[in-house]
Design a binder for this molecule. Sequence first.
Ligand code: SAH
Ligand code: SF4
Ligand code: F3S
Length: 437
Amino acid sequence: MSKLFTTLTYGCQMNSSDSERFAGQLKAGGYEYTNDLEKADIIVINTCCVRESAEKKIYGKIGELKRLKASNPNLIIAIAGCMAQKDRDKLFKKAPHIDLVMGTYNVHQLFDLIKEIERSKDRVLAVWDQAERLAPDTPTIRANTIAAWVPIMYGCNNFCTYCIVPYVRGRERSRPVEDITREIRELADQGFKEVTLLGQNVNSYGKDRDASVDFAGLLEVVDGLGVIRRIRYMTSHPRDMSERIIETVANSKHICEHFHLPIQSGSNTILKAMNRGYTTQYYSELVAKIRRRIPGASLTTDLIVGFPGESEELFLETLELIKKVRFDAAYTFLYSQRSGTPAAEMAEQVPLATKKERLKRLMDLQNQISLEINKELEGKTLEVLVEGPSKTDPRINMGRTRTNKIVLWDAGTEQIGQLVNVSIKKAQTWVLKGQIK
Ligand code: SAH
Ligand code: SF4
Ligand code: F3S
């Protein structure tokens, strides 16, 4: 019987994508996937360290695995991803039952490293300090059958002062256009309907390659392939969101009318301290441009509360800004001190209780705005890509609009991957409930 492996993934889409490449390598090497932790011979935990809360959760999970290791000494526990890159051999000290710690530049080596451990019965540390070059592509097993992640670049050069990502993911490395288009064509052949082009800062695509194709150019190329119904991308930095990109989206057939533009704060003082490289005025103009050119486009964002030096007054500027801009949705985070980043050393750290209180006010306001915006969709008919039964009820189907809103309806004869028209009956803060037309 073949050995079984499982993967547990934390963090962002880049980690989800890496985990698909872990699964691909192990499957190609003769292992079989299981979603049962108890049965697995190999457990790969793909970690995130963007906030302390993520790390705590992961260390808790690693602790739980001690029990499995005790009952099965042949179990191989591998820790991959950003926390592995950051903590390295410290992980062995904290959790001696771990067998492999591998960094973010070593993704393509998982299979070889597992083989080495099976041979030597010893633990292995495989954490490079930097990417030698663009890591080779590996086989991929995807979690979803209709929507796929396609990495277009790795790393980040922005060094926002709160953020650990540039330290654990390294400098920007773009994949060649031909590799990206080859992967997308293969996905189309396999029946995929949607791709999301991934990078920490997709608007910088190509800058490190001195290539003639920049991000707008890449979008044009991918749209022009004409093989994928819906094209999305994540994440774009507002500073680098050029008019050409907006034009490309507007003129394209398949690129979705959804803009995720993390603003982080509505205060110019804080934005400057964050090293974000734009002002709220610039941001508001950018949004106005997008809305003029692409009416009906949705807009989502990320916000951090309690960045060092954020007074009540400066926090109120964020509330004012979100009232003015009116995002469809916002992902809101408590500022988390990440050692090694400049913000962690700044004076005037905000007490946790204040951060929590601000987060609640921010979420209350945003939820109200999200609901108001969604209410305007009641009575409208929207094109929805069927993703399948909802998590909680198999009789309810789930899908998304081009603007990335989640839609639920009573399941009929529609198939996964089909585009259907749904008439919206009831809007809620996070979902739209409707009926198939
Ligand atoms: N590259 C993307 C995503 C980075 S991580 C981007 O720049 O948008 C996703 C989000 O986590 C960020 O947008 C930010 O809002 C949040 N984040 C990053 N570091 C954080 C920290 N130290 N504390 C709290 N939130 C943080
Ligand atoms: Fe972090 Fe800023 Fe890079 Fe995003 S752009 S990954 S927030 S440093
Ligand atoms: Fe987390 Fe690494 Fe992504 S720190 S958010 S998994 S790039």
